[in-house]
Design a protein around this ligand. Structure first.
Ligand code: CP
Ligand code: NVA
Length: 309
């Protein structure tokens, strides 16, 4: 069994295997309706337990569908209804119970330490559904979407991120190292990725370009990514932060400075960082991006259970 916590800790070949499996599985079930299982039902009889300590629409629903398509079942528990936390049960005991009933545990939380502690106490895999430091399922799925749209390996594309240096960007940075793609980041000076992230990139002999001018960042970009300026439970002065990003809004004019065939992707939910015209426009593939979460997460589940073909 394998955990799926951070892209940086998973080998490039395993990440590539997950993407290839997702592609095959997606192709094979083109005509099947949402809850109809894949023919081989590789996880028939298994139970996955999801827990969300923060809001989620896409991750929650796409995992529910993914689990069903693999022939397995899922239950979503609310942190507030478990003994863990307010009920006084230790994390170690809860982990033991989850491992007794379930075959996999998925957690969205505000604490990276909680994911780490669970991973040490569970005897089943844990999947990180978003933490302060990363959003690995989102970004692996986004790599899949980029290659699906562009019909090219991501390694030969210019990827650009305009926005906050947050959990999604951390995972995108990790992906840029694993999949060896060029990454430009456009953000205000005070919102650059932390030193330890950049040191890790350097240690892995990769380089990321950071620009304080979004116009420079999007030059030659094939794909432009963004995310909300203020993340869930971001403990900042929201008005100030949004003000700091006022010159980083992605509008048609900024998109026109990227490559002619460029596309726009956004994990959602969105805020003011992108204009409606771009978000709902021809270059945007955000709905396809959201749907692909299902396909890639199926292969992540198979990877975790040692059942990847
Ligand atoms: N993109 C994403 O993870 O969305 P949710 O917060 O709705 O799960
Ligand atoms: N960066 C955002 C991603 C939401 C899917 C957040 O953490 O809220």
């Amino acid at each position: 069994m394998k955990h799926f916590i951070n892209l940086k800790d998973i080998s490039a070949s395993d990440l590539r295997k997950i993407i290839l499996d997702a592609k095959k599985r997606k192709n094979k079930r083109k005509k099947l309706s949402t809850l109809y299982p894949d023919k081989d039902q590789p996880l028939k009889g298994k139970l996955f337990i999801q827990m969300y300590e923060k809001q989620s629409s896409r991750t929650r629903l796409s995992f529910h569908i993914a689990i069903n398509q693999l022939g397995a079942g899922s239950i979503t528990v609310k942190a507030s209804e478990l003994h863990l936390g307010k009920g006084g049960e230790s994390l170690a005991d809860t982990a033991k119970i989850l491992s007794t009933y379930g075959d996999g545990f998925m957690l969205r939380t505000d604490s990276d330490k909680k994911i780490e502690d669970f991973s040490k106490n569970l005897t089943i895999p844990i999947i990180n559904l978003l933490s302060p430091s990363s959003h690995p399922c989102q970004v692996l799925s986004d790599v899949f979407t980029v290659e699906e749209i562009k019909k090219k390996p991501i390694s030969i594309l210019n990827i650009c991120w305009i926005g906050d240096c947050n959990n999604v960007l951390n995972s995108l940075i990790a992906a840029s190292v694993k999949f060896k793609f060029k990454l430009n980041i456009g953000c205000p000076k005070n919102y650059r990725p932390p030193k330890f992230v950049m040191d890790w990139v350097k240690k892995n002999k990769r380089k990321i370009n950071i620009f304080n001018d979004p116009k420079k960042a999007v030059k030659n970009a094939d794909v432009i990514f963004s995310d909300k300026v203020v993340s869930l439970n971001d403990k900042v002065n929201k008005t100030k932060k949004i003000g700091d990003f006022k010159n980083f809004k992605i509008d048609k004019k900024l998109m026109s400075l990227s490559n002619k065939q460029s596309v726009f992707l956004h994990c959602l939910p969105r805020g003011d960082e992108v204009s409606d015209e771009v978000f709902l426009g021809k270059k945007s593939h955000v709905w396809q991006q959201a749907l692909n979460r299902v396909h890639v997460q199926k292969s992540i589940l198979l990877y975790c259970l040692g059942k990847l073909r």
